[in-house]
Design a binder for this molecule. Structure first.
Ligand code: 9MR
Length: 566
């Protein structure tokens, strides 16, 4: 039996750092209490340990036993063996164990590029012809102004496809860009040496910033030059079929300007302005243009503080009807906080700091596309030393809240079924829950940065383990990483390209407790909330990929690589 591969040992299928915690979870009945770490050819036992007492989660119900081999610390390729159960997938223990993952997660954005072909030199077997030039996009009646009446043709090229679909949405680009730029601001040395092999590699600018620029250039075109407002999205009226980008040739529109999109845009442009400033000689004028764009957007939002994107309502008033992703948000408090924070950090103009109530309550809501408050707080803490007295006065309280939030995330993690920070409650398993795990990891790393306390670093690592297989489904949710990883994401190129392997480095949305009600796929195998996942391209509610999920994966993987020696 121990010579047989089992899927009942759930672990990070990529591997473990030499000196960090190493945990695997064994499900089902186990014969005894002992587990062994063996070389992957099973010839040599290198570590022997005891399984912890069986536990059952409140919503998981499946019995789990934890195997802790953190004390083992030698380089190699190993399997975990539990007599009576079998052996795990093989994994590495080594330095830089997530280096390739960190690069691939960022390269995932290159594969999402619109308006360009992906050449074999960079894309390997996933090369493809260009799709969506977006050089002739129509102004939708919902976005018409005197200067740009309905039907006006504008150019709005480049950008990343949002997800498994081919549309480009400003709100979701906002949190994605904010997260990637934050990764760069927090770990510049790491990104300065990271190599992605993208067309711009070698231009003296870190590859991350080259890749981010592809989307930044598109975002800039989404601002109405007439008044500074920003279109909510660039979209087809309805989702494309499951075809390659080059075969999706329908008419595309920019749709209604809105306050959420405009504020997210202002935040990203303000942040980009300071991040690209040192690269002035490569991108002359870019930093200044970003700041001008941010300021104009901010002013528009002051004049138009509550223009919500409500797709149903829009469809009652305008044609053609739009049925693609809505990203509708009805509470814009957090978007104001984020935009004001970024404009303040970049300009040091305290008027921005005072312009909105930055601390309307003591809540610390986990970031998501409709909740960006913490992106602003992270920036305020990151730059605290260089800010004006107003912000410095608030800094201790802000740090306190950050630590309180991180402590809440850690609470009880070690005793959970899978011993991860992810999964405190069933509520973690939402549409795109993989990004919940990754964003929790980022919050913990902010706390680590403030305190240097290892528990935060290890908590973040537990969630990377979650994403790479230490979860109830046993899947690694990152395409191309792990022996049992997502193979059939709801991702049009991966479905239509005729290549068996999905485009690599993409993070599946993962377990979603309501997925079977939302996408009605018939291939789910379990009703447990933490197992509601199917690796089937029908499942847009549990197995799509999206840029706002990949971005926190980039942050988490790169940060853990940068911090591994600590
Ligand atoms: O990530 C979004 C999730 O929070 C929503 O519940 C869901 C339904 O509205 O939409 C998700 O976003 C999708 C977007 O609307 C269109 N592109 C694909 C996105 C990921 O599934």
């Amino acid at each position: 039996m121990e010579n047989e591969l089992t899927e009942n040992i759930h672990l990070n299928q990529v591997g473990f750092y030499l000196s960090a915690p190493k945990i695997a979870i064994v499900t089902g009945e186990t014969g005894g209490d002992t587990f062994y770490l063996k070389t992957s050819d099973l010839s040599e036992t290198v570590f022997t340990g005891r399984l912890a007492e069986a536990r059952a989660g409140e919503y998981s119900q499946k019995q789990t036993r934890l195997a802790d081999f953190s004390d083992f610390s030698a380089t190699g390729n190993f399997v975990l063996v539990v007599p009576g159960v079998g052996h795990s997938f093989a994994f590495d223990v080594k330095q830089e164990v997530h280096k390739e993952l960190a690069a691939a997660a960022l390269k995932g954005f290159y594969f999402q590029r619109a308006s360009t072909d992906l050449q074999p030199e960079y894309a390997g077997k996933w090369h493809r012809p260009a799709g969506h030039p977006d050089s002739e996009v129509l102004v939708h009646p919902s976005a018409a102004t005197a200067q740009r009446p309905a039907g006006t043709v504008i150019s709005s090229a480049k950008g990343w496809y949002d997800a498994g679909d081919y549309n480009k949405y400003i709100v979701n680009s906002g949190i994605t860009m904010g997260t990637l730029l934050a990764a760069y601001e927090d770990f510049p040395d790491y990104f300065q040496q990271q190599q992605l092999n993208i067309p711009e590699s070698g231009n003296k600018v870190p590859d991350l910033l080259d890749e981010v620029l592809w989307n930044l250039r598109w975002m800039l075109t989404m601002q109405d030059p007439g008044d500074g407002g920003v279109y909510h999205k660039l979209t087809n009226p309805a989702f494309d079929g499951m075809v390659m980008p080059s075969e999706a040739n329908g008419v595309r529109y920019v749709v209604q300007k809105g306050t959420a999109a405009t504020l997210d845009f202002a935040a990203v442009m303000a942040q980009a302005s300071r991040v690209y400033k040192p690269f002035e000689s490569t991108f002359p004028g870019l930093s200044d243009s970003c700041l001008v764009a941010a300021t104009k957007a901010w002013e528009w939002a002051q004049q138009n503080p509550a223009i919500l994107y409500q797709q149903d309502d829009l469809n009652k008033r305008f044609e053609p009807a739009i049925s693609t992703g809505a990203y509708g948000d009805s509470d814009l408090t957090d978007e104001f906080i984020w935009a004001a924070s970024e404009l303040y950090v970049t300009t040091k103009n305290a008027a921005y700091y005072r312009a909105v109530k930055l601390f309307p309550d003591a809540n610390m809501p986990l970031p998501g596309w409709n909740q960006v408050r913490l992106l602003g707080y992270y920036s305020l803490v990151r730059h605290a030393r260089n800010l004006t007295p107003e912000a410095q006065k608030d800094e201790p309280e802000l740090k306190k809240r950050l630590l309180r939030f991180a402590d809440e995330l850690l609470e009880g993690a070690a005793d959970r079924s899978y011993g991860t920070v992810m999964g405190k409650s069933e509520k973690d398993y939402i549409w795109g829950s993989s990004s919940v795990a990754a964003n929790q990891g980022i919050a913990l790393l902010q706390a680590y940065n403030v305190t240097s306390e290892k528990k935060y670093l290890h908590g973040a690592l537990s969630n990377l383990d979650y994403l790479l297989g230490r979860n109830a489904t046993g899947y690694s949710f990152v395409t191309g990483f792990g022996e049992k990883s997502t193979l059939h994401p709801h991702h049009r190129p991966s479905v239509a390209d005729g290549i068996p392997e999905p485009v690599p480095g993409l993070l599946s949305g993962g377990t979603n407790a309501r997925a079977n009600q939302q996408d009605k796929c018939t291939t789910y195998r379990s009703e447990f909330p933490d197992e509601m996942y199917t690796d089937d391209d029908c499942s847009y509610a549990s197995n799509e990929i999206a840029i706002n999920w990949n971005a926190p994966l980039v942050y988490l993987a790169a940060a853990l690589e940068a911090l591994q020696q600590e």
